[in-house]
Design a protein around this ligand. Sequence first.
Ligand SMILES: Nc1ncnc2c1ncn2[C@@H]1O[C@H](COP(=O)(O)OP(=O)(O)OP(=O)(O)O)[C@@H](O)[C@H]1O
Ligand SMILES: [Mg+2]
Length: 259
Amino acid sequence: MSQSVPAPMRVIAVCNRKGGAGKTTTSVNLAAELAALGWRVLLLDLDSQGHCAVGLGVKVKAGEACVHALFTDAQARLIDAVRDTAFDNLALAAADQLFEHGTGIRDELRLARALADPALAARFDLVIVDTPPTLDLLLLNALSAAHWVLVPFVPHPLSFEGVRQLMRVLFKVMSNQNPDLKLLGFLPTMAADNIRQHRATTADVARQFGAPRVLPGIRSDIKLAEAFAVGKPVRAYAPGSRGAQDFAELASCLTQLLA
Ligand SMILES: Nc1ncnc2c1ncn2[C@@H]1O[C@H](COP(=O)(O)OP(=O)(O)OP(=O)(O)O)[C@@H](O)[C@H]1O
Ligand SMILES: [Mg+2]
């Protein structure tokens, strides 16, 4: 375990109401980078698209325990949905692809309570929660359970509006369910420094929310999409690629913020 690992177990929710903002790519690759640095990481997939399992090469069989059982079964325990992956220090609580968003137990604090299980705290330093691109009960659960929120965004003008909408939700959760929630940062994804619009949108986010809140971005790199297709984090599929370099830099930056 790295010396910078804080105790107790911390929870990061990766959120953006906009679809295709890079939430899952960020969740999988950041989880893998931090695991490689020695953090004991649980990647928790709240999006029934189930892409975190795909990105880690995990096949979820019918009937196996999944994280969404929390929302269909009042007795379900999160620890039962935790499985090891092929990557050291990295476990997965996979999504149930049959879960219908908008259904299930209506309790905004269900995940927060499930994460308070001492069996999880004994096993993990960090939980990274990938969220669906909708403002629903699952997103509220993630925000209510998290210590930190990480917001990936594609730097173009429509994303800026999505970020503003998410911030309104965030402030509501901070003043109601979860006063301890903090913003870890905004993460430009699929970014191209040479596109004027990308620079302008990133500058808008920095102006509105503060430059220190904008994290070192993830450049556009096809290796990130290819890594997904073969079920590996990019650091295992294409070490040395732009995507692998950028996620390593992000992980090193975040270990300082989280310490
Ligand atoms: N930096 C990048 N460079 C190139 N392609 C990327 C990059 N980041 C993500 N992608 C690709 O963009 C698509 C959307 O990314 P991803 O699935 O991570 O977004 P998401 O926010 O999780 O989407 P959803 O809202 O559907 O859950 C995927 O095909 C992914 O492979
Ligand atoms: Mg996703």
